[in-house]
Design a protein around this ligand. Structure first.
Ligand SMILES: [Zn+2]
Ligand SMILES: [Zn+2]
Length: 75
């Protein structure tokens, strides 16, 4: 519900705009995680490693926790 008129690459941002969840697989906090609405999060590394098991079409990935489908590129 906020207007995103700021530049994308503003380097110094004091506020956390997104809740950072640790990767549910390797427990590492990375700059980017794929997240399911159930709270499951997976980092890009783990996604790459588990891609064969989590995505059957390259368009969606299935959350191993709740079995829900999540789309790629839906940021
Ligand atoms: Zn991970
Ligand atoms: Zn889920």
């Amino acid at each position: 519900m906020e207007t995103s008129s700021k530049r994308k690459s503003s380097y110094r941002e004091k506020r956390k705009k997104v809740r950072q969840a640790a990767c549910s697989c390797c427990k590492t906090q990375s700059s980017f995680n794929w997240q399911c609405r159930c709270g499951f999060a997976i980092c890009q590394n783990c996604m790459d490693e588990n891609f064969w098991g989590m995505s059957c079409n390259g368009i969606t990935w299935v959350c191993p926790d709740c079995g829900d489908s999540n789309g790629f590129g839906n940021q």
